[in-house]
Ligand binder design. Structure first.
Ligand SMILES: [Zn+2]
Length: 621
């Protein structure tokens, strides 16, 4: 949505979603849980909480029941089994029925006792594995120094560390666990409530979060939520809400479960975190389309799961609207939970510097900026000679959804452009090993590697090639639709307006933009050179797709057993569509492990949620 956004340059963007666990995952053996791990229903307001509590009183009890409030840790849920007082098996939550056996890695975590204090025949303990925020910062610092992958947030770092095939690596990472559930096969200890169970677990050596509270009624629970909504910033671990449970076990079993969650518990979600920080600078970015956008450079601050150092200001009108200036204290939050944005100024800088003014000239090439009709952004019209634009286009060209030239990082692209070695994507393909050796900090071996990855990237799938061209309004999804329709690049080049526009999901605006692109003489020179250097996209087979999912829209969330792309492909091959956000028009949400906010949104809209097994069943019919 923000292709020009400079954040794409920052190392955090190179982070894999959950470390490369898609590949690793398969090597851990599946393990069926003895007792299902349910999800929790969410509540988003104090009113909703009150409704939940009232309903229980009305249907199950005359007395206001006692509650236990616990901080909801943003980590990875696991289940531990102890046999004859000894730690036996540790399994991830998975889909609640089957998880992965990660016993060996869990044995390296100090807050998981290897042996219980009492004699216990069989005990299941559930908890959340997490990485403290400070350890997360340290780990990323170390990764940066050693050239390792950076993690997006503590949860991903914990997940990546837990799924190491080599337990030694897991042991080096500072992982911890809070235990919040215990189940004894026979109740030899006469435990009658959740709070008693927590005390029992603590006595047996488990790490129980000390901040839990037994509340006499819902008012006390609401106070607890309010308190921690403010205080959570000061904790060394990430928490995104409060879990509120009915304390008494007998009452719990009377209240029972829905098909996916206990009715005797609810997860109160904190509103999105708004964090205060100082604007150190306002930078002006030039994107690949020439759009010039301001970005606030912030005092690094931790917000909703990761450290933020830059926030978008969208455009210069937004700066005026916010009245923002360098040195001001601002509130920021993550918009759509990913890109941080500045909400408002809370305190103007005392120094009273002159107000920030939009630049008249391009910060990269000095060309006079121009407005574009119907858009709020200013543009640098020097598309071919503006170094920042050239770099941004090349960075896009090599990215994963385009030509996927792994290893050609932003730093190398910048050097190639600054040294005048590369102006267009076609120039990449004539670079020799000797050329790469001219760059700073490039050894013989890396030069050879760079040469090889570029040469090996010459036959991309048609859709990725179309995407790489950076045609205005044509992104990944649209490129796939176009590739599917025309099959070959030749056919696309000769396409008429009508042919493009009749593709389902493509309108006049996109069709015009495609024609514009191919009528531009400079673009044609680049295309000719690409062809000359042997860059030839593979043809796409125009297959008559099945109509199984015709008219259906899917949204995918959470971690599935294979890459998301594979599922998207299956949906498309069967005539369905995929979307990234849930709305009333969504037909199905395909949910994997650890589904995010899309899951809850689907629930609130009443959209049907299916798991991978159900999805596969649909395919087989
Ligand atoms: Zn420029």
């Amino acid at each position: 949505m923000y292709p020009e956004y400079k954040l794409a340059d920052s190392p955090t963007q190179r982070v894999g979603s959950d470390f490369s666990d898609e590949k690793l995952q398969k090597r851990f053996l599946p393990h069926k849980h003895k007792v299902r791990l349910y999800s929790l229903d969410n509540t988003y307001s104090y009113d909703e909480l009150a409704v939940w509590y009232e309903k229980i009183i009305k249907n199950y009890t005359s007395e206001p029941p006692q509650l236990v409030c616990e901080l909801k840790i943003d980590g990875l849920a696991i289940s531990l089994t102890y046999l004859n007082s000894k730690f036996d098996t540790g399994v991830t939550r998975g889909d609640g029925f089957v998880g992965e056996n990660i016993t060996e890695n869990l044995k390296t975590i100090k807050t998981i006792p290897q042996k219980l204090k009492s004699v216990v025949k069989e005990l299941e303990v559930r908890g959340e594995i997490f990485m403290p925020k400070t350890s997360f910062e340290k780990l990323n610092k170390k990764q940066l120094e050693t050239g390792g992958k950076l993690f997006a947030n503590p949860r991903n770092a914990a997940s990546g560390s837990l799924r190491q095939l080599d337990s030694k690596i897991t042991a080096e990472r500072d992982l911890s666990m809070f235990s919040y559930y215990g189940r004894l096969d026979s109740n030899e200890f006469d435990i009658k409530s959740h709070s008693e169970m927590l005390s029992f677990l603590k006595n047996e050596g488990f790490n129980v979060n000390p901040n839990y509270k037994v509340c006499k009624n819902i008012q006390e629970a609401v106070e607890y939520c309010k308190y921690w909504d403010k205080e959570r910033q000061n904790l060394d671990y990430a928490t995104d809400g409060v879990v509120i449970k009915i304390d008494n076990f007998a009452l719990q079993s009377e209240i029972g479960y829905t098909s996916r969650a206990p009715k005797w518990a609810t997860a109160f979600k904190f509103p999105p975190e708004e964090v205060s920080t100082v604007v150190k600078d306002i930078e002006v970015n030039v994107g690949r389309s020439g759009a010039v956008t301001p970005v606030a450079i912030l005092d690094p601050v931790y917000v909703s799961g990761s450290t933020v150092q830059r926030a978008t200001l969208h455009n210069f009108d937004e700066i005026k609207r916010l009245g923002i200036n360098i040195g001001d204290r601002v509130l920021i939050k993550k918009a759509a939970e990913i890109i941080p944005k500045v909400i408002c100024v809370t305190e103007h800088s005392k120094g009273a510097p002159s107000p920030f003014v939009a630049p008249e000239f391009c910060p990269s090439c000095g060309t006079k900026l121009v407005p574009v009709e119907g858009e709020v952004n200013l543009y640098c019209p020097n598309h071919l000679g503006c170094p920042e634009q050239v770099k941004a286009r090349l960075e896009y060209w090599v990215s994963k959804d385009c030509m996927d030239i792994d290893g050609l990082g932003d730093n190398i692209v910048a050097q190639l452009v600054d040294k005048g070695m590369v102006e267009t994507p076609a120039d990449l393909y004539k670079l020799t090993v000797e050329d790469f050796l001219k760059l700073d900090l490039i050894a013989e071996k890396s030069a050879q590697n760079l040469y090889t990855v570029i040469q090996n990237s010459k036959k991309p799938p048609l859709a990725r090639f179309i995407n790489a061209l950076g045609i205005r309004h044509v992104g990944k999804e649209t490129s796939e639709l176009i590739a599917q329709k025309f099959g070959s690049f030749e056919a696309l080049k000769n396409a008429t307006f009508e042919q493009i526009q009749e593709i389902d999901g493509i309108g006049d605006k996109i069709a015009l933009s495609v024609l514009d692109f191919f009528s531009n003489s400079f673009n044609n020179i680049v295309l000719k050179n690409l062809d000359l250097y042997g860059v030839k996209p593979q043809e796409t087979q125009i297959t008559e797709t099945s109509v199984l999912f015709s008219g259906l829209t899917f949204v995918i969330t959470g971690t599935l057993s294979d890459a998301r792309d594979k599922f998207e492909q299956l949906i498309k091959q069967n005539g369905g569509k995929t979307s990234s956000s849930v709305s009333k028009k969504t037909s199905y949400v395909l949910a994997g492990e650890n589904p995010g906010s899309k899951y809850t949104k689907a629930e609130s809209l009443g959209v049907k949620i299916i798991n991978e097994a159900q999805f596969n069943e649909m395919l087989e019919t």
